[in-house]
Design a protein around this ligand. Structure first.
Ligand SMILES: Nc1ncnc2c1ncn2[C@@H]1O[C@H](COP(=O)(O)OP(=O)(O)OP(=O)(O)O)[C@@H](O)[C@H]1O
Length: 317
């Protein structure tokens, strides 16, 4: 394991923010810390980085007890949402900075920085200043700078959080590719479930300072540990006291399951959303276009909702 967090508790004043957190992060993996705002993700990342000291518990990095080591002695690289670049230095110098303070020789620094700039596709921009870069390019520069001293672990706190949706999507694909090239153990904080599902090898779901579940994106989506995880990872609908994914709902005109009156039929390209009312509850299903065509439901029709044969369901809390 690259990172082992054991029984970590942390409070700010009287408010517990991390409660009995134990997490293992595998060497070379790309792991997402995913959860709602205020759940403790950044605090856990900062505890791993050494920017916060836990009240109790330990952090091991590559088998070394790092619990009381300073951030500098942990050999970790960070990137934050609002990256503080050195404005008066070129892109080249920004990336070189961490190597210059370590007094490496000039030719080695030049070689390493140019390799990194190529890796993040900024080799054409080496002589620019940060103000002459787009937000996405600045975050790529930040990643190159964090990688320069060859950290054992890379920690990213919502690195694309301040960028618009399109650039965010591009950068997350790019992060995945970068990770496949450099294989440095990487932990990134996100509140965006799609981002976590899209890029990570492993997801740690954190809410109210408690680890709700750890697993691969597939495990967590398919076998959520509790109603919170199921709802946070994707859409759900309630059928007879159980949570079901709307694409796992079977609709029928033959009585059986939950009787409902269709209130709206919405075409979403490949899929069709059927919204309906069952007593005092809204229920909904997501069908393929072909499935919806076969059933031919219209507003006002009576239909019967039930989980499809292969559906995973959970008792609603
Ligand atoms: N230095 C601090 N002093 C006091 N309270 C803090 C401090 N840092 C964080 N908190 C509180 O701890 C809780 C968890 O914060 P944290 O930033 O870890 O959550 P998060 O899951 O990263 O949320 P977000 O996505 O909004 O950053 C919040 O209620 C926050 O207000």
């Amino acid at each position: 394991m690259a990172i082992e967090v054991r029984d970590v508790n942390k409070s700010f004043g009287k408010t517990p923010v991390l409660r009995d957190i134990s997490v293992d992060i595998a060497s070379g993996s790309l792991t997402a810390l995913l959860g709602p705002s205020g759940g403790g993700k950044s605090t856990l990342l900062r505890v791993i980085a050494g920017l916060e000291r836990p009240d109790t518990g330990t952090v091991h990095i590559n088998d070394v007890d790092a619990t009381v080591l300073t951030p500098q002695r942990r050999n970790v690289g960070f990137v934050f949402q609002h990256y503080a670049a050195f404005k008066h230095m070129t892109v080249f110098r920004n990336v070189a900075f961490g190597l210059e303070v370590r007094r490496r020789n000039k030719a080695d620094i030049r070689k390493r920085v140019m390799e990194l700039l190529e890796l993040v596709h900024l080799d054409q921009f080496a002589d620019r200043y940060p103000a002459q870069l787009s937000g996405g390019q600045r975050q790529r520069m930040a990643l190159a700078r964090a990688l320069a001293p060859e950290p054992q672990v890379l920690l990213l706190d919502e690195p694309f959080g301040a960028l618009d949706a399109q650039v965010r999507k591009e950068l997350r694909t790019w992060l995945r590719r970068l990770h496949d090239e450099v294989h440095v153990t990487t932990v990134f904080v996100t509140h965006d479930q799609e981002e976590a599902l899209d890029v990570s090898d492993s997801i740690v779901v954190l809410a109210d300072g408690v680890v709700q579940q750890v697993g691969t994106p597939h495990d967590i989506y398919e076998n959520p540990a509790n109603p919170f995880v199921m709802s946070f990872l994707g859409p759900v609908t309630h059928l007879d006291g159980r949570l079901v994914r709307p694409h796992d709902v079977a609709l029928s005109r033959t009585p059986g399951g939950t009787e409902a009156t269709v209130t709206r039929v919405v075409s979403l390209g490949f899929e069709v959303r059927i919204e309906a009312r069952a007593g005092d509850r809204e229920v909904w299903a997501q069908l393929t276009r072909a499935g919806a065509r076969d059933l031919d439901v219209k507003t006002g029709d009576t239909v019967y909702f039930s989980p499809s044969a292969e559906a995973r369901t959970l008792a609603a809390a």
